[in-house]
Design a protein around this ligand. Structure first.
Ligand SMILES: [Zn+2]
Length: 427
């Protein structure tokens, strides 16, 4: 057998040590020992090899714009939306595409090879972003799966041009139908927009991903309508409720009815822990709510959940690194998912569970799947979350597209080792 690349001695997320052979862009074999002629042999002995990181919730039209035209002084979602309104008037299509491509470089370097990005469709100004991101989607296609969501940021009904522009964006090839029901003028209009947007998705055979109930108001219950419409229209398995932060504050009795409805409709949930812990609870004194939806409870009901990143250096968030392990790390803490099984699940929630939500069924570390993977300077998924370590090698569709040399820190302390790396696997 002759293969393009042979990875020797990697550790799979399940702890198995394995060789992986790659040929013609796909995984040709995953076996304990592979003897084959290879264009390149890479020794990854003892290092974690994982399916690529995926981000199910991002805003690429706004990324890397922090400080333009000014900084969000209150730190709230609403000031962020107002600030974004100022920025989108100023920026050109070329500037948006340039920022997006720069971000994609960061993503690739961190093994983040699939991104679902919302793109604002509220008004004519926002359509610059639609055109820019459609062109970026084509540019990065050989190495990064970019899905775009038509997102009427200022309200599908509330913003005068949003309906028309959202439909236009879908006609132009945007992949997924989005919405923001809690930002409409009334609860009734919020419910109505969920219905209409789900009908649009059903007619066009598209997926739905809605910013849903991103508020601390326990009476914001658009997720109920989203689950109902998913079932009525036969959209099971194709709908995501993003954020769902109101659920944090909801009455427990109501939640005990809601979660089975979501499970029955196969509606998935995408919490965004970095952003939700930052933006929510801003109207509280103390105790201050955490602003994250009920993740362990949803998982216990069989609801699929994946962590989203949401923002990097934009009107809503000053930080962000394109590292989905940062996202998993924050989610693990805020949701108190600290058992070994729950920590491992947090890793799946930025890799395999996200692939299922995004419909990327050809990803995974099995023979015949697309050869997209990442090698980390860690021994297992829990250690990866703990260290958020260097990505030593990133492969997309059979090509190595990013590499970083493994480095230890030199230590000069009497009687102690001369170098350390902080790896400390349980096994
Ligand atoms: Zn968002």
């Amino acid at each position: 057998m002759t293969v393009d690349v042979l990875l020797k001695g990697g550790v799979l997320p399940n702890g198995q040590t394995t060789d992986i052979a790659i040929s013609d862009g796909v995984i040709a074999a995953v076996e304990p020992t592979i003897d084959a002629e290879a264009g390149e042999v890479v020794d990854i002995a003892g290092d974690l090899v994982s399916p690529p990181f995926l981000d199910p919730h991002f805003h690429m039209d706004a990324t890397l714009s922090y400080g333009q035209p000014r900084i969000n002084a209150s730190g709230t979602l609403l000031e962020g939306i107002a600030l974004w309104g100022e920025l989108k008037k100023e920026q050109t299509e070329e500037e948006i595409a340039e920022r997006a491509l720069r971000y994609c470089d960061w993503a690739v370097s961190m093994g983040l090879l699939g991104i679902r990005s919302h793109v604002d469709t509220s008004d004519d100004e926002a359509m610059k972003g639609v055109r820019a991101l459609l062109s970026v989607r084509e540019t990065v296609k050989p190495y990064l799966d970019l899905q775009l969501v038509a997102f009427p940021q200022d309200g599908f009904y509330r913003a005068p041009q949003a309906r028309q522009n959202t439909l236009a964006a879908l006609d132009m090839g945007v992949d997924v139908v989005g919405g923001i029901p809690h930002f409409e003028r009334t609860m009734a209009e919020g419910r109505a927009c969920v219905t209409e947007l789900c009908e649009i998705a059903a007619e066009r055979g598209l997926r739905v991903d809605m910013h849903c109930d991103e508020t601390d108001d326990p009476l914001s219950r658009h997720i109920e309508q989203l689950a109902y419409e998913t079932q009525r229209l036969g959209l099971q398995g194709r709908v995501v409720g993003s954020h769902l932060t109101s659920m944090h504050s909801m009455d427990n009795y109501y939640v005990s009815k809601l979660l089975p409805l979501m499970a029955e409709a196969e509606v998935a949930a995408v919490p965004n822990p970095l952003i939700n812990i930052t933006l929510q609870g801003r109207h509280d004194t103390y105790p201050k709510r955490r602003g994250l939806t009920r993740v362990p409870e949803m998982l216990a009901h069989g609801i699929r959940v994946a962590w989203g990143q949401d923002c990097v250096r934009d009107p809503w968030y000053a930080l962000g690194t394109a590292d989905m392990l940062d996202v998993a790390f924050m989610g693990l803490h805020v949701a108190q998912m600290t058992s070994p099984a729950a920590m491992r699940q947090c890793f799946d929630m930025v890799t395999s569970d996200t692939a299922a939500i995004m419909g990327l069924h050809d990803l995974g570390l099995e023979k015949g799947k697309r050869a997209s993977l990442v090698v980390l300077d860690a021994g297992d998924p829990i250690e990866a979350i703990r260290l958020r370590p260097d990505r030593l090698l990133v492969m997309s569709n059979g090509k190595i597209i990013a590499r970083k040399e493994k480095r230890k820190t030199a230590l000069s302390v009497p009687g102690r080792p001369t170098e350390i790396d902080r790896r400390h696997s349980a096994g």
